[in-house]
Design a protein around this ligand. Structure first.
Ligand SMILES: [Zn+2]
Ligand SMILES: [Zn+2]
Length: 406
């Protein structure tokens, strides 16, 4: 067995690999040790201590998770530590979560969480493995969401020809097998009204999404931009219907098909490029600007008025993302707001007791609704997001009434 089906990325330089000097990575440069649940569907359980899964009770397993930059449509074919261009198709690299381990080229069943030496004396090589839910990036230049079943993922692309195309993926963002695509029923609603009193939706214009090969599509013509539309999808006959709200500021552009990668020594050969499904128009995938600083925690300012000002900014950002339909970006300001609220919690002794009585439950409410905004933002159901944001905004209001703003 050579590399087998595992994706190996040789992270050592050729001279090191030649066996002159075993590469020593200082322990503090390794991605931190996390404890994850081995159960499929519990990929969001990531703890910093050993223990049992809060969702299913299984024993957590140690792993090193790293956020790396790679090609959107060829995850982990190349792995970079910073943004750049995909060498295959020239599109901007995207961030994915991968599990990092060390193995031996001649014995890929060896898997260690630290670098070291192989039985044959050669230094171990770094291996990146895709993780379920590790890639939430659009593959066709559209908008990408995760389904509430925590397994399916979908992407909607609105083409300049007036066609809406729905792509379906599994938990690893691989295209759904054809038999499963056949079981999907879906329609696209382009006009609907929502009665806030009765919480019911009335569809005024809808088109069935019809299967065309591996994807579904509907010809809806050219709507004025930004165009809002809602896909209602059942993944199985008789299964629950999930709602995904799209807002397209422009038409979606398929990333270019890419030239053949000349495989570098030790690199796996390029997998066959997926057959282009449409006339390629050139252009690039846009990375949501928020994604680039998603991993940078917000520095907490010194004074309460400065924290309050930051909290106001994050609240405005969330509102803007909701208005623009950039639901997948909401978690960034939501989590930053959560951190700011926790910083206020640590300073609650500086305010009078009567104000504290208002502030304390409001902070709890803000933290809970920030998690809801994160979860619902991934799912792309606007009504759920708006409901969570109204809880969030009410909490911010109470906090503003309790802490001095200057
Ligand atoms: Zn679990
Ligand atoms: Zn996911």
């Amino acid at each position: 067995m050579k590399l087998g089906t595992l994706l190996l990325v040789i992270a050592l330089s050729a001279s090191t690999f030649g066996g002159q000097q075993p590469a020593k990575t200082p322990a503090d440069q390794l991605p931190p040790l996390s404890y994850v649940c081995p159960m499929a569907g519990d990929e969001d359980v990531i703890e910093d201590k050993p223990g049992v899964c809060r969702k299913c009770g299984m024993e957590l397993k140690p792993a090193r998770l790293d956020s790396v930059w790679t090609c959107a449509t060829r995850p982990l074919l190349v792995v970079e530590s910073k943004p750049g261009k995909c060498p295959v198709d020239g599109t901007p690299l995207v961030q994915v979560t991968a599990a990092v381990s060390w193995t031996c080229t001649d014995q890929p069943s060896i898997e260690k969480l630290e670098p070291g030496l192989c039985p044959n004396g050669a230094p171990m090589v770094k291996r990146y493995a895709a993780r379920a839910h590790g890639n939430h990036n659009p593959q066709h230049g559209g908008q990408f969401f995760m389904a509430p079943d925590n397994w399916h993922h979908i992407e909607g692309a609105y083409l300049s020809t007036g066609v809406f195309r729905l792509y379906l993926y599994d938990d690893f963002t691989k295209p759904l097998p054809l038999d499963q695509v056949r079981a999907v029923t879906a329609r696209l609603v382009t006009k609907q009204t929502f009665d806030t009193a009765t919480k019911t939706t009335k569809e005024l214009a809808a088109a069935p999404l019809v299967r065309n090969g591996r994807f579904l599509e509907a010809r809806i013509g050219k709507l004025a931009l930004p165009a809002q539309m809602t896909a209602k999808i059942s993944f199985k006959k008789g299964g629950p219907e999930h709602v995904f709200d799209f807002a397209f500021e422009g038409f979606s552009k398929e990333p270019p098909p890419g030239t053949r990668l000349t495989a570098a020594p030790g690199m796996p050969a390029s997998p066959p490029a997926p057959a282009p499904t449409t006339a390629v128009e050139g252009g690039t995938i846009e990375i949501a600007p928020a994604m680039e600083n998603a991993l940078i925690p917000v520095p907490i300012p010194e004074t309460v008025p400065e924290i309050m000002a930051q909290l106001r900014t994050r609240t405005d950002q969330i509102r803007t993302f909701i208005d623009r339909g950039s639901f997948a970006s909401i978690y960034v300001p939501a989590f930053q707001a959560k951190d700011l609220a926790l910083a206020l919690d640590a300073r609650k002794d500086t305010i009078p007791a009567d104000k504290r009585k208002i502030a304390q439950p409001a902070i709890g409410q803000l933290v809970r609704s920030a998690y809801l905004l994160d979860a619902f933002g991934d799912l792309g159901n606007k009504q759920q997001i708006v409901d969570a944001f109204s809880i969030f905004a009410a909490a911010v209001k109470d906090i503003q009434a309790s802490f001095p703003e200057r």
